[in-house]
Design a binder for this molecule. Structure first.
Ligand code: TYD
Length: 209
């Protein structure tokens, strides 16, 4: 069976991690080799860049933000994502390039063709085989973030309007690529999310355990 590259997206607080854990558990049950990784991050240098990006003391322009994210992505794709797929392991990635369109494009207002240029440079033809968009209304997501209790990062402190633009961009991407991007409503229970992912997995790999 061919290894798949699966990404998870959503606004901050939507509940992506529940979906990532659920799919990882289903792969474990079937004995399918996989890695869990995230962006920005996934390599030592990428995690350092993540630190800069999330630090509220960082004063960086939207363009620098975008370039740093793609610098981290370059390392991640080169050292982690491609090697895993080449050895036959599935890659489950918490955020990937769609987030750059949603946050830096929709949120920060960077022209999408600039993002296309970086994507083509860094990714070539690499694209996720499937993406799960955990879609939450902004109010629900910020309530969930508030309940976590940790200090909000540089993205989480953005105004509601920013998060509305990010969400709208994600939904527009889903409308444009409904075959790849699956919407999971954040209001679903963890069991419902797991059932949906299980059905999807069966459609991809067949019923065999
Ligand atoms: P996130 O993955 O939500 O981590 P946590 O669950 O620990 O809060 O945080 C990463 C942040 O990075 C998130 O706010 C969105 C941002 N981001 C971008 O702005 N562009 C990108 O391309 C990526 C991958 C992430």
């Amino acid at each position: 069976m061919q290894a798949r590259f699966v990404t998870f997206e959503g606004i901050d607080g939507a509940g992506k991690s529940t979906a990532v854990r659920a799919l990882a558990g289903l792969l474990d049950e079937r004995g399918i080799d996989h890695i869990l990784t995230r962006e920005p991050g996934g390599t030592a240098v990428g995690e350092s860049i993540r630190g800069i990006l999330l630090d509220r003391r960082s004063e960086i322009s939207p363009e620098t933000e975008l370039l740093l994210i793609f610098a981290a992505r370059q390392e991640h794709v080169l050292r982690v994502v491609r090697p895993a797929l080449e050895r036959g392991a599935w890659v489950l990635c918490d955020r990937f390039a769609d987030a750059s369109y949603a946050y830096q494009g929709g949120g920060r207002g960077i022209a999408l063709d600039r993002i296309d240029t970086l994507r083509d440079w860094v990714l070539g033809t690499l694209r996720p085989d499937a993406t799960f968009l955990v879609d939450a209304p902004v109010e629900l997501a910020s309530e969930r973030l508030g309940r976590r209790g940790d200090a909000p990062d540089r993205f989480e402190v953005e105004a509601q309007a920013f998060h509305e633009r990010v969400r709208a961009t994600y939904l527009a991407l889903q409308t444009r690529e409904p075959e790849r991007i699956h919407r999971l409503p954040a209001q679903w229970t963890p069991d419902a999310i797991q059932a949906h992912l299980s059905e999807w997995l069966t459609s991809v790999c067949g019923g065999a355990a």
